[in-house]
Design a protein around this ligand. Structure first.
Ligand SMILES: C[S@@+](CC[C@H](N)C(=O)[O-])C[C@H]1O[C@@H](n2cnc3c(N)ncnc32)[C@H](O)[C@@H]1O
Length: 328
């Protein structure tokens, strides 16, 4: 019944939504891409916005900054997000891509809620455990992630957001205009493919002797293998108890090996639209987690939690993996 009501309301609002999508698309190609502001950062961000407006996963800071971002700013937030919010609110619908933590096994439609939940839990565990909690929080490839603005109550944590300068500047400006407090966050500019983020962090006041949690969500697939290995080798230099949350696409998906030929082509094409490239995928073995376990082990780290989208019985084997990796 709720779904039916949502569909009816959404169809009524569809013209506004479509105008919003058209302006959004134009802005990505004509405003963001020419200035090297990440276009792909909008994808996970939009999923979190949709969960927020449905009331299933609250992200006040994310919603506030939307109004000032080059992609969703001004009228676009109203046309895409607020129209959908109205349909969700009047119908009470919170299913499908609006759900959180979402169903298991997750699907293509619910993979973002699965991903958000996995990393929310990974962060919560590292920052709030009684013994040796992390007191530094680093978000690598932060994009429009807002976890630093929604920390567990009472926590006194130094936060660092690392990304390339154009995306970081767009976000900083949006935070300022939206009045979201961000004094506890240090913004660090780097290019993972060119230089080590650790050097940039150290120059920005990062303390390598403190237990640290690193969120590296939605980034490895855009990097070259060397940059991924370098990052693992840097995480292992942090004190014991430090941890990282990292997601990977499978190597077979990235390379378009059978049975991923069609989906691989579609994904490469989709990402090219943002003028970005999918580059790195993790090998799988008899066990889906084999490649991540090996990569972690080679760097002196331990894989302690692993989940994947979909189920091993599906026609298309799982190709998207979430991992929590620790320095013991
Ligand atoms: C898909 S977005 C994910 C953003 C955020 N982690 C999230 O989940 O919402 C990928 C982010 O990684 C950043 N990124 C990609 N390649 C990078 C590189 N070589 N150096 C630094 N940041 C990079 C992009 O600018 C973008 O913000």
């Amino acid at each position: 019944m709720r779904l039916l009501l949502f569909i009816i309301l959404f169809v009524v609002l569809l013209p506004l939504f479509l105008i919003g999508v058209a302006i959004f698309t134009w802005r990505i190609r004509r405003v963001c891409v020419p200035q090297n502001i990440s276009g792909t950062a909008n994808e996970p961000y939009a999923s979190r916005l949709f969960m927020h407006i449905a009331g299933s996963r609250i992200d006040d800071a994310g919603y506030k900054i939307a109004k000032y971002l080059p992609s969703y700013g001004g009228i676009v937030r109203f046309l895409i997000i607020d129209t959908t919010r109205l349909a969700c609110k009047l119908s009470g619908y919170k299913g499908w891509m609006f759900s959180y933590p979402g169903p298991r096994p997750s699907t293509l439609a619910t993979l973002m809620s699965h991903r958000s939940y996995f990393f929310d839990e990974s962060i919560r565990e590292a920052l709030t455990r009684n013994e040796n909690p992390a007191t530094q929080f680093v978000v690598l490839g932060a994009g429009y992630d807002t976890r630093c603005y929604d920390l567990p109550e009472g926590s006194d944590i130094n936060c660092f957001e690392v990304d390339m300068p154009p995306t970081l500047n767009a976000k900083k400006q949006a935070l300022e205009l939206a009045g979201v407090p961000h004094d506890h966050v240090t913004f660090v500019e780097t290019d993972f493919n060119q230089e080590t983020w650790m050097e940039a962090l150290l120059n920005s006041g990062f303390n390598p002797n403190l237990t640290t949690y690193i969120l590296w969500e939605g980034v490895t697939m855009y990097l070259v293998e060397e940059a991924v290995r370098d990052t693992f080798n840097l995480i292992t230099t942090l004190p014991s108890g430090s941890a990282a949350g990292v997601d990977f696409f499978s190597k077979d998906l990235i390379e378009g090996n059978p049975p991923f030929e069609r989906i691989s082509k579609a994904m490469h094409r989709g990402i090219k639209y943002y003028s970005e490239n999918l580059q790195f995928g993790i090998p799988t073995g008899k066990k889906l987690s084999a490649g991540i376990e090996e990569l972690s082990k080679e760097s002196g780290l331990t894989l302690t939690k692993f989940e994947h989208v979909g189920s091993e019985g599906d026609k298309l084997p799982p190709w998207y993996f979430f991992s929590h990796i620790e320095k013991h």
